[in-house]
Design a protein around this ligand. Structure first.
Ligand SMILES: Cc1cc2nc3c(=O)[nH]c(=O)nc-3n(C[C@H](O)[C@H](O)[C@H](O)COP(=O)(O)OP(=O)(O)OC[C@H]3O[C@@H](n4cnc5c(N)ncnc54)[C@H](O)[C@@H]3O)c2cc1C
Length: 475
């Protein structure tokens, strides 16, 4: 089943030379580049299909990552649909029941609303441990082969992707691997999206991640959003003893370790955090073991090509503020996987059509998650809007539950999201204008509405929803 072509068979002249090779050594039905959240989940979902699947993953050792540590209930639901929910058990992942919001010394909690009468929960987890569970599940199927190696090139023949070249871990020579379909799921810094995507990638800021030990959260088993004058801070449990703190640094310059950063973390951020976690936070700052990751916005703009498909962050990224990335990844795995399960791999044309259908249907399921993530980040960067948002949600009832059901990704209703987004702006305008609108306050109120339109318009365009000018009647 597993027949790698010897390294000596690979021409060393690079990609162009490789294009001339034929498909005669077709060893797999599917080759997955990157056995991370999306890649490993796809291999696991298709594990029982009988399809021959190879996953090429750069590092099989458990990673210590600050990304992908809060899975929204909508992501849990996707795992359920694929028969993989049990993978959330057995490694100390924590149930998440909703969010606590903090601003200017006030705080309140919003629980995830019930769905069809049933409680829904997310999970706080260590990403590295979860990824190992996904990989173990995938390789428990005899037709899935997990290879530790770094993919270095795509093989093309007659404008069709026919496989990859990879360097096995510890080996000097590259190896060629052929497949009917190559899935590029190599994550944020994908080297293989080029040619399969027309998307622009934008860095909106960086998250600095710290791990607190034995912190007492004000709202146990909840995500915490602390809205500060600078930028939002996220706090959530990732195991029974560990709590993740993510601090936003807007702009494209990453924060650098040093005295200036320590002073900022201690003197500016520390005092804004709930008192019950401050001591453990200061200890983590002192320990200095933090990691920094860039936060991207990249709309999905796939380019169709025979034999290839993008999945996960290589296809689409949004701000991690709302913890939507893994839910989008699992939604895509479910949609693409379900298409592939119905496809006869004998004809390349069938695969092309399956991929095309996947790209078409995914938007409806992922648009609300994508729009909310960057719209909320835009709100958090705007003083009047973030105050309006906090007060709007504080009203409770549908004002809180419906937006949180979109955040949880149990609801994917874009229209409801747009309604609440503008309702926040109008609510904020009312607060500014009543009881008596001064010229200065009127100006601020108008600017708030204009800012709201400017924040959401490009996001709606990205998701091909509708234009806000049509919504507001402007040209
Ligand atoms: C700071 C931050 C915090 C986040 N927090 C959350 C959160 O709380 N909740 C949430 O849902 N989402 C979160 N996300 C997003 C989430 O982590 C991603 O959407 C998700 O991990 C995407 O999965 P993926 O499989 O595409 O990428 P990954 O999980 O990163 O997997 C990519 C894999 O490809 C491998 N790889 C790369 N190049 C090669 C190569 N050349 N050859 C072989 N293998 C290769 C890598 O080793 C890796 O294992 C966060 C993102 C950031 C930046």
């Amino acid at each position: 089943m597993f027949s790698n072509i010897p390294a000596s068979a690979i021409p060393k002249q690079g990609r162009n030379a490789l294009k001339k090779k034929s498909m005669e050594n077709q060893a797999y039905d599917i080759c997955i580049v990157g056995g991370g959240i999306a890649g490993a989940a796809l291999a696991g979902y298709l594990g029982n299909s009988g399809l021959r699947i190879a996953v090429v993953e750069k590092t099989l050792a458990e990673q210590d990552r600050i990304i992908g540590e809060l899975l929204q209930p909508g992501g849990v639901e996707m795992l359920q649909k694929m028969g993989m929910e049990h993978l959330l058990d057995g490694f100390d992942a924590q149930p998440i029941h909703g969010y606590g919001l903090f601003m200017n010394g006030e705080d309140f909690r919003i629980n995830y609303p019930k769905h069809e009468g049933k409680e829904v929960t997310g999970r706080g987890l260590r990403n590295g441990k979860f990824m190992q569970r996904l990989r173990q599940h995938a390789t428990a199927h005899s037709n899935v082969t997990l290879i530790e190696g770094t993919a270095t090139d795509i093989i093309e023949h007659n404008d069709t992707i026919t496989g990859i070249v990879y360097k096995p871990k510890g080996a000097d020579e590259p190896v060629q691997l052929s497949a009917s379909l190559t899935v590029m799921s190599d994550g944020i810094f994908s080297a293989f999206r080029q040619g399969l995507s027309a998307a622009d990638k934008k860095v909106s800021g960086h998250f600095l991640g710290l791990l607190l030990h034995h912190a007492q959260l004000p709202y146990a088993n909840h995500g915490h959003v602390i809205i500060t004058d600078n930028a939002p801070v996220l706090v959530y449990p990732v195991s029974s003893t560990e709590t993740r703190v993510l601090i936003d640094f807007p702009g494209d310059v990453a924060p650098r370790k040093g005295e200036e950063l320590s002073t900022f973390l201690n003197e500016v951020i520390g005092p804004k955090l709930p008192a019950s976690i401050r001591a453990t936070y200061y200890a983590a700052v002192q320990e200095g073991k933090f990691k920094v990751m860039p936060n991207h916005l990249m709309a999905a703009k796939p380019v169709m090509k025979n034999g290839g498909v993008l999945l996960g962050d290589s296809l689409n990224m949004r701000h991690p503020l709302t913890g939507g990335g893994m839910t989008v990844a699992f939604t895509d795995v479910y949609l693409l996987g379900s298409e592939l399960l119905k496809t006869d791999f004998a004809k390349q044309e069938n695969l092309y059509n399956a991929v095309k259908r996947f790209y078409k249907i995914r938007t409806e399921q992922t648009a609300s998650i994508n729009i909310l993530a960057d719209a909320l980040y835009g709100v958090m960067r705007n003083n009047d809007l973030k105050m309006a948002c906090f007060q709007y949600l504080k009203q409770g009832g549908n004002y809180a539950e419906q937006p949180v059901s979109i955040l949880s990704a149990v609801s994917r209703d874009v229209n409801m999201l747009i309604r609440h987004f503008f309702a926040v702006a109008v609510f904020g305008m009312g607060k500014l204008l009543l009881p008596l609108p001064t010229p200065q306050r009127s100006k601020r109120a108008y600017r708030m509405l204009a800012d709201a339109v400017n924040i959401i318009s490009p996001l709606l365009k990205n998701e091909k929803v509708i234009s806000v000018s049509r919504l507001t009647g402007q040209n």
